[in-house]
Design a protein. Structure first.
Length: 134
């Protein structure tokens, strides 16, 4: 409800849509956010952002500290959002997963853009391996 405050709140249908996207949130809706697991907090943060009906979402390291199964589920949900037309600006060290969502990829090294292009071109360039493995 907090995420939609500036646009007048959520309708029951909009809330249902968010719960359908993140069913776990409905089950834990009475728990304090600070007591949620890392994956639950990440779902809540994304749902809170979606409640404002954004045209674009910026996500900084959404996989950080999450168990592998939760990361896979999160990226599946992000792909569904992308497929629904939401623009995602994603920064993540899990490059393989981030590239599966990407239409445009940029590689930063020490704060400088060292590559900008398609995910396939980035993989073919070898720059990603060089950046991660030296």
């Amino acid at each position: 409800m907090l995420g939609a405050h500036t646009r007048g709140g959520l309708s029951s249908q909009q809330l249902r849509t968010l719960y359908d996207m993140f069913p776990k949130l409905e089950a834990i809706q009475t728990r304090r956010a600070g007591l949620l697991s890392g994956g639950e907090q990440q779902m809540l943060a994304i749902a809170r952002g979606l409640a404002s009906s954004p045209l674009m979402m910026m996500l900084d390291e959404p996989s950080l500290g999450l168990a592998p199964a939760i990361v896979d589920d999160l990226f599946m949900r992000l792909a569904a959002l992308r497929n629904q037309g939401l623009t995602l600006l994603l920064v993540d060290q899990m490059a393989d997963l981030a590239l599966t969502l990407s239409h445009q990829s940029n590689l930063l090294d020490m704060g400088q853009i060292t590559f900008s292009g398609s995910p396939d071109a980035l993989l073919e360039s070898g720059l990603l391996d060089l950046a991660y493995l030296g």
